[in-house]
Design a binder for this molecule. Structure first.
Ligand SMILES: Cc1cc2nc3c(=O)[nH]c(=O)nc-3n(C[C@H](O)[C@H](O)[C@H](O)COP(=O)(O)OP(=O)(O)OC[C@H]3O[C@@H](n4cnc5c(N)ncnc54)[C@H](O)[C@@H]3O)c2cc1C
Length: 425
């Protein structure tokens, strides 16, 4: 269920292994898809699907991403670049990744799925039938009842089909947020993602992304807490007006705003979260339906592709049995939850919320978040934790970093309170 990047990737893995696959996707076209700046682990996952990085660049589906730049309102900035040492033996890590045009990438992935014999049904799942924890059938908007020995829920964060059916436990991170974005033509290509951040009125960070999805086109998006946007709406501002007001705070966007008479704006609200137990006896949940990482982590596409590969692998291995192995399921659940929690907790505690960021400065907070996040993400790609020992070991290391961030956050909060008390006395 779902023909986004996670669903399509799962279809390809399952079809390649010889299973008969039906993908139910309501949308005929791939408009409004976001998730354009990929982390350093994504290219390899796309290569496995049949989309190597050089082909994606050549066919103008992607541009190179060689660095991330964080810019602040006071004009200061910092480049975050993977260390050269990572590119040398024994690590041999690819030091560049990509920005992607999601519409073109979606088409390319769909074509691969169709070539593998996947059947696409333009329909929407409206009800899930289950018995004893198994999914027995799904019902669609056009009145079809579809039975299968195996089901994959890739319906995204909005639909959450199986998490809602089975009332899965959920951990939420940060406030509800709103993202609004548009596309602008530019004369020159910058091979990197630029983030423009500032502390909003409440002290909670807001930011703007600039992502070159083509040589002559950038995606520009603004992410803010839902409450901040609601307040501006109550003051009578339009969503377009809010977007333009934000961009006007950065000189980089001045001429772009002047050049475009009309902006075609996409808007999405979301809440970052991670579900527990995202697999059952004959089903798995993959992609954003399982866990939604904050966009600033740039880990969403990697997570979706990893879930799809690992969830499909569970099904392929159990194809001649009646159900998925309990240990395999438990380890899949652990990895999805551990990674989702690590990224969400890290970015919220270190960057979005005030205490650590205000104490060390936003640019240094960027280092504090980026170094462990990038390193542990690459370790995942290398280690490919699957069994009991590696899954638990990897999860333990992630939880140490989470605990470290929480402790430092508490320390910074105490120092801040003490400083305020001293100021008062
Ligand atoms: C504002 C924003 C910016 C982001 N930026 C980045 C980024 O820079 N880098 C990055 O890596 N990630 C980013 N992400 C995350 C990334 O976009 C997602 O992780 C990824 O696209 C999720 O893919 P998915 O296939 O799980 O979900 P989706 O792309 O949402 O696909 C779900 C599919 O299911 C279909 N569906 C829905 N309901 C039903 C139903 N009832 N029956 C059948 N099908 C259904 C939908 O039509 C859709 O096609 C961003 C996310 C947001 C919100």
């Amino acid at each position: 269920m779902g023909g986004g990047i996670a669903g399509m990737a799962a279809c390809i893995h399952l079809a390649k292994a010889g299973l008969q696959v039906l993908c139910i996707e309501p949308q005929a076209d791939l408009g409004q898809t976001v998730g354009e700046s990929l982390d350093w682990s994504a290219p390899d996952l796309l290569r496995v699907l049949g989309l190597p990085m050089d082909q994606l660049i050549r066919e103008e589906i992607a541009t190179y991403k060689r660095h991330v730049t964080l810019k602040l309102r006071d004009g200061s900035s910092r480049h975050y670049i993977p260390g050269d040492w990572l590119g040398r033996p024994p690590y041999n890590v690819e030091l560049k990744t990509m920005h992607v045009d999601r519409t073109r990438l979606g088409e390319a992935i769909r074509n691969i799925a169709l070539a593998q014999g996947v059947t696409l049904a333009q329909d929407r799942v409206v009800a899930v039938e289950s018995a004893g924890g198994r999914v027995t059938a799904v019902n669609t908007a056009t009145g079809r009842r579809i039975c299968s020995p195996w089901f994959v829920d890739a319906s995204g964060a909005g639909a959450n089909l199986f998490p809602r059916t089975f009332k899965l436990r959920v951990h939420e991170y940060g406030p509800k947020k709103v993202a609004m974005w548009a596309y602008f033509r530019v004369p020159e290509l910058i091979e990197g993602t630029t983030l423009y951040a500032d502390r909003g009125n409440s002290g909670y960070m807001q930011w703007v992304w600039e992502i070159p999805i083509r040589a002559d086109m950038i995606s520009v998006g603004y992410v803010a807490p839902g409450e901040a946007i609601k307040l501006k709406r109550q003051q009578g501002m339009t969503v377009d007006g809010i977007f333009k007001e934000k961009l006007a705070q950065y000189p980089r966007f001045e001429h772009l705003l002047n050049a475009e008479s009309e902006i075609s704006l996409c808007v999405r609200s979301f809440r970052c979260r991670v579900h527990g137990k995202v697999s059952g006896p004959n089903w798995v949940v993959v992609g954003e339906a399982a866990a939604m990482a904050d966009p600033m982590t740039a880990n969403g596409v990697t997570a979706a592709l990893r879930h799809a590969a690992e969830g499909s692998d569970l099904i392929v291995r159990a194809r001649h049995r009646r159900q998925l192995p309990i240990l395999g399921r438990a380890m899949y659940d652990r990895r999805v939850a551990d990674v989702g929690k690590f990224f969400n907790c890290g970015i919220e505690t270190v960057l979005y919320e005030g205490p650590i960021r205000d104490r060390v400065g936003a640019l240094t907070a960027g280092d504090v978040y980026t170094v462990p996040a990038w390193t542990l993400n690459l370790v995942y790609s290398r280690l490919r934790p699957k069994g009991l020992v590696l899954t638990l070991l990897y999860g333990f290391v992630l939880s140490l970093f989470r605990a470290g961030a929480k402790l430092y956050d508490r320390y910074c909060r105490r120092r801040e309170t003490a400083r305020e008390l001293c100021g008062q006395s």
